[in-house]
Design a binder for this molecule. Structure first.
Ligand code: PAF
Length: 283
């Protein structure tokens, strides 16, 4: 495995690489969710590259950026064991030099859900993902369903800008009690950690209610809220049921739930903000 901190050095190597390349974008502090992506990238491509960069452009407040956990030594050991070929771990000054001035905006899809509470977040994500794709020219790039809106935004950007990369979305990896793996989970106190599976229970309530025939979106949202409200440590930011492609809330006109929908949540436990979602096929 070769680690690049210099993007210039990588740029000199890339044109000489042959065969398909699989890209796994990450912000480091890797867990089993990331490793499920790297395993696929390694299995499905001739070469694999993992990007590790805590992207300042997608963090609203400096405190959250500072608090984001980091452990480069451990990350590299995990990737080496996973037979990854290349790691790009550039310093912020290389990704965004002082004269940097290009930003990628995916308009409507960036506005609801995560975008509503975190203005500029998806512009930061789209900009850095566009940069990674330009630099690495991957046949495939792997993302986790856990960041459901991110997957939708990145797919739109790749289609709109006619990028040749295929976006592969992999299932959310969960702990045994249902909590979706996230680098932020280590910041939960033991008490908050015990409470956090309430997100998964609320999403399961939405799934079960739709499976039992419920087609009124407000009723489904209220069911998720009721589960979350029963957990005193959980402070809900949103409980959404939206079209999985347009991200428009279901039922704003008719109350109906149809097609593929995404139930998604953002919930705070003290300082730690967790998100999760499930896709539900409605017949
Ligand atoms: O999902 C993440 O970890 C980040 O948003 C990504 C895609 C690596 C961009 O910084």
């Amino acid at each position: 495995m070769k680690v690049f901190t210099s993007l210039e050095e990588w740029k000199r190597l890339r044109p000489g690489l042959t065969g398909s390349l699989g890209l796994v974008p990450t912000m480091g502090f890797l867990h089993e969710g990331h490793l499920s992506l790297t395993r696929r990238a390694v299995a499905e491509n001739d070469l694999s590259v993992v990007w590790i960069f805590v992207n300042p452009k997608q963090f609203g407040d400096g405190a959250d950026l500072e608090a984001y956990p980091r452990d480069m030594e451990r990350d590299l050991a995990l990737l080496e064991a996973g037979r990854v070929d290349y790691v790009l771990a550039p310093p912020a000054g290389e990704v965004y030099p002082p004269d940097f001035q290009t930003l990628v905006t995916v308009e409507a899809l960036s506005k609801p859900l995560e975008g509503a509470g975190r203005p500029g977040h998806f512009q930061g994500v789209a900009t850095v993902v566009a940069k990674m794709i330009s630099l690495t020219q991957p046949a495939r790039a792997y993302f986790g369903q856990k960041d459901g809106q991110q997957c939708v935004v990145v797919r739109r950007m790749v289609a709109d800008l006619s990028m040749l990369t295929e976006i592969v979305v992999c299932p959310t990896v969960r702990d045994a009690d249902g909590l979706a793996l996230s680098s932020r989970n280590v910041r939960l106190t033991p008490e908050q950690r015990r409470a956090a599976p309430v997100l998964h229970r609320a999403l399961s309530a939405a799934q079960e209610s739709i499976a039992a025939g419920e087609r009124n979106a407000d009723t489904v949202r209220l069911k998720m809220r009721a589960v979350l409200d029963a957990e005193p440590l959980a402070h809900t930011e949103y409980a959404s049921l939206a079209d999985a492609e347009s991200l428009e809330e279901c039922g704003t006109e008719t109350g109906a739930v149809t097609g593929t929908v995404m139930a998604s949540l953002a919930v705070r436990f003290g300082e730690v903000r967790l998100i999760d979602n499930v896709l539900i096929e409605v017949d």
